[in-house]
Design a protein around this ligand. Sequence first.
Ligand SMILES: [Fe+2]
Ligand SMILES: [Fe+2]
Length: 212
Amino acid sequence: MIEISKDLYQSSAHIPFMHFTLHQYLLLTEEPVLVSTGTMQQAEQVLPEIKKLLNGKELKYILFPHIESDECGGLPVFLKEYPNVITVCSELSARELSGFGYKGEIQSKKHGELLTGNGFLFKFIDYPSEVHLQNGVVFYEETRKIFFSSDLMLRFGDAIGQTIDSSWKEEVGAINIERIPNENQLETLKNSLLEIEPKFIAVGHGFCVNCK
Ligand SMILES: [Fe+2]
Ligand SMILES: [Fe+2]
């Protein structure tokens, strides 16, 4: 794992034939938070590194934005290692997880709700990323001003450990109808994103962004 921003560790996989990179993040605070699990295979690979970084601490939370293999496929791997871990996700994802037989503790979060812990404050923002444009969530860690963009602000290329510079307004402005194929929902998402002012975008795919 690479410390891509203060307290924030990135774990990645690059898929050469797709020119595509997938990332997950560990926010290493008193109450450690994993953002997205990666696939089952990625989770198994990264677990020893996470254990090393946690240095005997328990993983407290797993946040994931929507049901998809790269976002939450590795949940069973982490639940086995950390049976008390609390999974935090959208209401729809929470209902789906039970259907998949997930037995760990789940907290569901709505738009505007917070998750406060020792060393962080996450705000949840609706993101119509689930099938049929239903709501998943994206996360904003207000203490460090880090936005976890999931499949938004996505770029192609081998982007492991790399950052680029951009402005938050440009990044929000570039979210297009291909990403959210409904004009009203796209507009609503952009408006809620413009209410925050991140300094760093921890992307799910591609290059992380330093916001100028
Ligand atoms: Fe996704
Ligand atoms: Fe993704």
